[in-house]
Design a protein. Structure first.
Lengths: 302, 395, 101
C-alpha cells in the first residue's frame, strides 16, 4: 500500500546535474508527473538547458527540443501546428522556461503564442534571476534582492523595482487558464495541470522555484523557503480561469515578509524600514488579489 | 501533357512553389517586399487550396523559430522574408542549419537600413553567408517557382539536410509579372515524396535535440558533418537541376549558369535578375566582335569553386559584380571568385553597384565589360571599385 | 557520435552517479519513520525510491503495511530537503567523512 499524494510515475531521471536542492528540478518533476508520457517539451537557454547533462545525456523520459533563449512561445507553436498538421491532437506540448526567458527576452514570442490561442502548456519556473549565467537581475527578481547585477555595495544598489506579474499579463491576453504554483505545494500544482489538460488553448503556469545557490539559501531549506513565500503572501497561489480569479490556498498562519526573508542571504542587507515598506506592498497586493477574486466571481452569470 | 500558364509575380511564383511542395507548416511575418508571398498563401488557405497550417507569428525571429520546431516535429515547412526581417532571424538561421533541418525559405533581396530602403540589393542575404544555409539566387519568376520545388528535393536529401534560401530580387522579380508555367501537382508529388525524417520529436522516443556539447565532445565533428553536407550539396544541386529537366523540361545550370562562354576571353560573374540585363549586353558586344561571356552564380553557398575554376581558368580577364558591400574590402562574390582563381594569372576585378535599388543599366554593364576587356589587355588597375555613384563621370 | 547528422541526446542520465557530490548523507531511522512519503515527494533528483513494506521494520502495525521510502545513494546529492521536510524528524544528516572513517 502506498501513501502518496502525487502520481507515482517518474518521467525525470536521477543523475542530472542540477545544484543541490534545486527548485527548478522539482517544477519539472511535478510537471511531467501530471502531464505524463504523451508529452513533447521544449526548453530554451536557462538552467534546464544544462540540467539534463552534457551530450549524449538525457534526463527526461519525453522528447526534448532545446532552443534559443527568446523563442519558447514560437517553438511550442511550431510543434503544436506540426502535430496538428499530422492529425495528432492528444500530445501535450510544453514550453518550459525560466523567468528571464519568459518575462524578459521571451515575452514577445510568448505573447504571440497566447494571443494566437495555441493549444499548449507554458511553464515559467521562476527562480527570480538569471541563475544559469550566475544570478543576474531579471524583471522577475523581487524588490529588495541582491543579485550580481544589483549589488548592495556602498550606495545600496539592490533591486528597487517590483517583480513583474506574469499571471496578470497572461490574464490580460484573455488566456483560458493561468495560475501560480509553488514547488512547496505539488498537489496544488498538479491539480492545476490536470485542470489545464481539459482546457483547449494556451495554459500558463508561473511556478515559484527556489534557487538555493542564487538566493543564498541552505539547500535543505529550498522547499521551506518556497512554503514561506506562499504563507507570507509574497507569492500567493491562485488561478485565473477565463478572467475569474480563484485563490487556491489560503495561508493558515501569519508569516511576515521578514520571516520569509530571514532564511535568504539575498535580502540580508535590508533594514527594518525597508522590509516594512515591502511588507506594506505585499499586504496591499494581497488585499487587491482578494478583491479581484470577489469582484470577478461576482461577474459570473448564474 | 497539360500546361498551365499563369501571369505571376516572383512572389506569387514562390507561393505557388510552396503550395505545390505540399508544405505542412508556414510561419511568416509581413515585410515589404516579401509580403505578397504570404498573402498569396493566406489566400490559398482561405480558399481551401492549401493543406498546410499558417502560423501568423509576431516576428521573423519567431517565424524561423516556429519553422525549426515544426520541422523538428517531422513536417515540411516554409517561410519567407526580406532584409531587416532576415537580419532579425540571424540567430535562428544558425540554429536551423546546426540542427540540420531542411527548411526552405523564400528571400526577397532588399537593402538594409539605414537609410531606409525597400529596394533591391543583395546585402541582406550576403550578410547571412556563414549561417550554414544553401543560397540559390534566381533570375526570373519561372526559376523562382522551379527553384522552390528543387530546393526541397535538395534540402531533404539524406546527404544534405541543410536549409535553403531561394532568393529573388525585390520588385524586379517580386512584383513584376511574367508568364510562369505551373507544373502539374501529380508530377510534383512524384518528384517530391512526402517528407518523413528518420528522427523527429515523438513521445514514443525520448531524445534531446540540441543539447550541450563540451569542447572535448563532438561539437567540431558535427560542424564538420555540416561542411561535408555543403560539399555534397554542390553535386546534388547540379544533379537535381538535371533531374528537374527530365521531369519538367527546364534547367538552370545547377550551381552555375554559363552564358556564351564559347571562346569568351573576358567574363563577367554576376548573381540575380541583373544577369538578364547582362546577357543582352553580352549579345550586343558579341555582335560587335568582342569575346565576352557571362557566368551567373546560382549557388553562392555552397560556392561552386571547382566548377568555377574550371570554367574561368583560361580566360583573359574576369570581372565580378557585387550588389552588396563589405566596408573595408571588395564585395563578397568578388573575394570568393578571386580566391577560387588563386594561383592563376587571370586578372580579377570587383565592381560594386546597384545598391538600394539603384538601376543597373545596360550602359553601366557595357562600361564594366569594356573595363574587363581593358584589364585583360593592360593588367589590373585596382582590386575593386564602386560603380554608378552619382556624379562619377567614369561610370 | 551517433548516426544522426546533429547531436541527439539518447543516453539516460542514470549513468551519471551524482552520489559522489554528497557531503552529508541522509539516513532514515526506520523505527521512527511513518512512511508518509513526504521525503520522496520533495526529492529534487529524485533519489528516493518506494520499496515494499516488508523491507524495513516499522514503528507500528498500521505503518508496517505501507510501502517505505529508501534513499538511493548512487544519486542522492545530500541536499537535505528530505530531512528538513520530514514531519517526524526521522532522517539524520550524517557527515560522509565520519561514515567513511
Amino acid at each position: 500500500m502506498k501513501n502518496l499524494t502525487i502520481p507515482e510515475e517518474e518521467y525525470m531521471l536521477p543523475g542530472h546535474t542540477a545544484c543541490l536542492g534545486c527548485g527548478a528540478t522539482l517544477a519539472m518533476r511535478y510537471t511531467l508527473k501530471a502531464l505524463g508520457k504523451n508529452t513533447i517539451i521544449t526548453i530554451p537557454a536557462c538552467c534546464w538547458a544544462v540540467i539534463p547533462g552534457v551530450y549524449p545525456s538525457r534526463t527526461l523520459e519525453v522528447p526534448l527540443l532545446y532552443t534559443a533563449f527568446e523563442v519558447t512561445g514560437a517553438a511550442v507553436s511550431g510543434i503544436r501546428q506540426a502535430l496538428s498538421a499530422k492529425g495528432i491532437e492528444d500530445v501535450n506540448v510544453v514550453g518550459f522556461a525560466g523567468d528571464g526567458g519568459t518575462a524578459d527576452i521571451g515575452i514577445q514570442s510568448l505573447s504571440g503564442a497566447v494571443e494566437r490561442g495555441e493549444d499548449i502548456f507554458y511553464i515559467m519556473y521562476d527562480n527570480e534571476a538569471y541563475m544559469n549565467t550566475g544570478i543576474q537581475r531579471s524583471s522577475s527578481t523581487p524588490k529588495g534582492a541582491w543579485t550580481t547585477t544589483t549589488q548592495v555595495g556602498k550606495v545600496r544598489d539592490w533591486k528597487k523595482e517590483k517583480k513583474k506579474n506574469m499571471v496578470e499579463i497572461m490574464a490580460a491576453h484573455g488566456i483560458p487558464y493561468t495560475a501560480t504554483a509553488s514547488i512547496a505545494f505539488p498537489e496544488d500544482f498538479i491539480k492545476k495541470l490536470e485542470k489545464g489538460k481539459k482546457i483547449k488553448g494556451p495554459k500558463f503556469y508561473h511556478v515559484f522555484s527556489t534557487c538555493p545557490t542564487g538566493w543564498l539559501v541552505s539547500p535543505n531549506k529550498s522547499v521551506e523557503v518556497a512554503r514561506l513565500a506562499v504563507d507570507s503572501k509574497v507569492f500567493p497561489l491562485y488561478e485565473v480561469e477565463n478572467g475569474i480569479y480563484n485563490i487556491t490556498y489560503m495561508p493558515k498562519k501569519e508569516v511576515s515578509v521578514k520571516e520569509y526573508f530571514s532564511l535568504q542571504g539575498r535580502f540580508r542587507h535590508l533594514t527594518e524600514d525597508e522590509i516594512n515598506e515591502i511588507q506594506k506592498e505585499v499586504d496591499e497586493s494581497w488585499r487587491i488579489l482578494i478583491e479581484k477574486e470577489k469582484w470577478s466571481k461576482s461577474l459570473i452569470k448564474v | 501533357m497539360i500546361f498551365m500558364m499563369k501571369m505571376l509575380t516572383g512572389n506569387y511564383a514562390s507561393a505557388w512553389g510552396a503550395k505545390l511542395a505540399r508544405v505542412k507548416v508556414v510561419a511568416a511575418y509581413p515585410i515589404t517586399p516579401q509580403t505578397t508571398i504570404v498573402e498569396k498563401i493566406a489566400e490559398f488557405i482561405a480558399n481551401g487550396e492549401f493543406e498546410g497550417r499558417y502560423i501568423r507569428v509576431e516576428s521573423e525571429h519567431s517565424a524561423m523559430a516556429a519553422c525549426i520546431a515544426a520541422e523538428n516535429t517531422g513536417v515540411r515547412t516554409f517561410t519567407a522574408t526580406s532584409s531587416q526581417g532576415l537580419a532579425l532571424m540571424h540567430e535562428m538561421l544558425h540554429w536551423a542549419s546546426g540542427a540540420r533541418l531542411p527548411i526552405v525559405m523564400s528571400v526577397v533581396n532588399r537593402a538594409l537600413g539605414p537609410p531606409w530602403s525597400i529596394w533591391s540589393d543583395q546585402q541582406d542575404t550576403i550578410s547571412q553567408r556563414d549561417t550554414g544555409w544553401i543560397q540559390i539566387y534566381t533570375e526570373n519568376n519561372q526559376e523562382v517557382l522551379d527553384s522552390i520545388i528543387m530546393a526541397y528535393r535538395i534540402a531533404e536529401n539524406e546527404n544534405v539536410l541543410l536549409p535553403i534560401m531561394v532568393i529573388e530580387d525585390a520588385f524586379i522579380l517580386s512584383h513584376t509579372m511574367e508568364p510562369v508555367e505551373i507544373p502539374e501537382q501529380e508530377k510534383v508529388d512524384m518528384f517530391l515524396p512526402e517528407y518523413d525524417p528518420r528522427y523527429k520529436l515523438d513521445p514514443a522516443v525520448p531524445m534531446g535535440f540540441g543539447s550541450l556539447v563540451m569542447p572535448e565532445g563532438p561539437f567540431m565533428e558535427y560542424k564538420f558533418k555540416g561542411q561535408e553536407a555543403m560539399e555534397n550539396a554542390m553535386n546534388i544541386i547540379d544533379e537535381v537541376d538535371m533531374l528537374y529537366k527530365e521531369n519538367f523540361g527546364r534547367s538552370y545550370g545547377g550551381t552555375v549558369e554559363e552564358y556564351r562562354l564559347d571562346g569568351a576571353e573576358n567574363v563577367l560573374v554576376i548573381m540575380g535578375s541583373v544577369a538578364s540585363t547582362a546577357k543582352d549586353v553580352v549579345d550586343k558586344l558579341r555582335n560587335e566582335g568582342k569575346n565576352v561571356g557571362l557566368v551567373r552564380i546560382r549557388s553562392f553557398r555552397p560556392f561552386p569553386y571547382k566548377r568555377l575554376r574550371y570554367i574561368l581558368k583560361n580566360r583573359k580577364s574576369v570581372g565580378v559584380f557585387d550588389r552588396s558591400y563589405t566596408f573595408g574590402y571588395g564585395g563578397a562574390l568578388f573575394t570568393e571568385v578571386r580566391s577560387t582563381l588563386y594561383g592563376l594569372s587571370t586578372p580579377v576585378k570587383g565592381y560594386i553597384g546597384g545598391l538600394g535599388g539603384r538601376d543597373i543599366t545596360t550602359g553601366l554593364l557595357e562600361k564594366i565589360f569594356m573595363d574587363i576587356i581593358r584589364i585583360g589587355n593592360e593588367g589590373i588597375d585596382r582590386d575593386y571599385e564602386w560603380v554608378g555613384l552619382i556624379g562619377d563621370k567614369r561610370w | 557520435m551517433n548516426e544522426f547528422p546533429t547531436p541527439i541526446a539518447t543516453v539516460p542520465s542514470t549513468s551519471n552517479k551524482t552520489g559522489g557530490w554528497r557531503t552529508f548523507r541522509p539516513v532514515i531511522l526506520y523505527d521512527k519513520c511513518i512512511r508518509c512519503m513526504i521525503c520522496w515527494k520533495f526529492c529534487p533528483e529524485p533519489a528516493i525510491k518506494i520499496v515494499s513494506a516488508e523491507k524495513y521494520q516499522a514503528k507500528n502495525a498500521a505503518i508496517a503495511k505501507l510501502d517505505a521510502p529508501e534513499i538511493d545513494y548512487d544519486y542522492c546529492k545530500g541536499c537535505g530537503i528530505c530531512a528538513n521536510e520530514c514531519p517526524v524528524k526521522c532522517i539524520d544528516m550524517v557527515f560522509e567523512e565520519k561514515l567513511e572513517g
